[in-house]
Design a protein around this ligand. Structure first.
Ligand SMILES: Cc1ncc(COP(=O)(O)O)c(C=O)c1O
Length: 401
């Protein structure tokens, strides 16, 4: 259909809660996308950290087609093989014991909140609150939104549940003041804040957090919706932090583009949910878990993860060269292929999105005036080079007053 006609219909029939760019993507191959006019783009957004193995990945499509011919869905009144095998694969080599499947990151956050609440109710601890961080993002459903530390997502929906208190990220002293309160049951945190602008916690903060969790006997929920499934060069980002979360939530890249969410629990929390306590119609369906299993096996391979870390370092080095060249580049940060480039306030990162798109690069700003790099984990160094030269071209035209 003609693009303009399609946009007109979109305006007429689809709720306008997004502000889409005037592009319709038609197909993808690896880290490249093609729009309806046949124009090629290098994809440094990856569906916001979703297309972990790139577009039209042969293993993903093979599993998808094979499973689609066998069984799409069967309800949770019955079990299915791929959900069981994916659960086993996810917890293999970790301290986690059990998995709950759902369909998205926000749903995984809701399930984690409910598990902690029930754990405390079962034990009559009286603890019903959580500590979250300013600038965090945990999702758009009511519980996850309440946990989110950014007012711009929340104000329109106030009043929200008051179960969340917020401490500044990276400030261990402020953290202690809240974590020690008896009503606080758990801390929910991203090991790198994604939507907030790729903010990396300091190692000092992480080790103080570990000590405080032990001292005050609080639970830790790791939100690895964005950092999980190999994004940072480890399968999960917590692995390099030396902490063992009680619950981990993950989603986005776990099934390479098919909707999925997962909640992993340790021994203490694995038996909290009893039949009827929680559920979701589509969670753990044979299709998403079959693809999730294929994706997880590929990404968990040490060589694959090393490749992510290497390409991430390559990207960061290239971006650091641009930092030397352009004074308005403030900072490069991140891990693996989750990288942010913060610009000084003299240049609006958001205003550059369209310029990059014009030149065939999908690179979108997030949080604190930061360009966010989330390419497929299979991106090639030549594609990184090409993206860098596009960025260099756009930066070269910026006139800073
Ligand atoms: C850290 C984090 N948690 C939760 C979510 C919510 O995930 P979803 O959009 O799949 O509901 C996101 C989405 O960006 C996220 O980045």
């Amino acid at each position: 259909m003609d693009k303009n006609k399609l946009f007109k219909l979109h305006g007429e029939y689809v709720m306008q809660n997004y502000a889409p760019y005037p592009i319709v993507f038609d197909k993808g191959e690896g880290s490249l996308l093609y729009d309806s006019d046949g124009k090629e783009y290098i994809d440094f957004l990856g569906g916001i950290a979703v297309n972990s193995l790139g577009h039209n990945n042969k293993d993903v499509t093979k599993t998808l087609c094979k499973q689609a011919k066998k069984l799409l869905s069967c309800s949770n009144y019955f079990i299915n093989e791929s959900a069981v095998l994916l659960a086993k694969e996810l917890i293999k080599g970790t301290h986690f014991k059990k998995v709950f499947f759902c369909n998205s990151g926000t749903e995984a956050a809701e399930a984690a909140i409910k598990i902690v609440k029930k754990y405390n109710n079962d034990k009559n601890t009286g603890a019903y609150k959580f500590l979250s961080f300013t600038n965090s993002f945990h999702g758009r459903t009511v519980g996850a939104l309440s946990a989110t530390g950014q007012d711009k997502y929340k104000t329109a929906f106030a009043p929200l549940p008051d179960w969340f208190e917020f401490a500044p990220y990276n400030d261990a002293d402020a953290l202690e003041k809240i974590i020690k309160k008896p009503e606080i049951s758990a801390v929910i945190m991203e090991f790198i804040q994604g939507e907030g602008g790729v903010i990396v916690p300091s190692s000092d903060f992480i080790s103080r957090l570990g000590l405080l969790l032990k001292k005050y006997k609080k639970l830790l929920i790791a939100d690895e919706v964005q950092t999980g499934a190999g994004r940072t060069g480890n399968f999960f980002a917590y692995e390099s932090a030396g902490l063992k979360p009680d619950i981990l939530i993950t989603a986005k890249g776990l099934a390479g583009g098919i909707p999925i969410g997962a909640v992993l629990t340790n021994e203490k929390l694995s038996g909290v949910l009893k039949p009827g306590d929680h559920g979701t119609t589509f969670g753990g369906n044979p299709l998403s878990t079959a693809v999730g299993l294929t994706v997880t096996k590929i990404i968990k391979n040490k060589n694959f993860l090393n490749g992510v870390a290497e390409k991430g370092n390559y990207l960061k080095n290239k971006l650091s060269e641009l930092k030397k060249k352009y004074a308005f580049v403030k900072e490069i940060r991140g891990a693996g292929l989750m990288v942010g480039m913060e610009l000084s306030p003299s240049v609006s990162a958001r205003s550059l999105n369209e310029k990059f798109l014009d030149r065939g690069l999908i690179l979108i700003a997030a949080g604190s005036n930061t360009l966010r790099f989330l390419p497929p984990l299979i991106i090639k160094t030549e594609e990184i080079d090409k993206a860098i030269s596009i960025i260099d071209g756009v930066f070269g035209e910026i006139k800073v007053l």
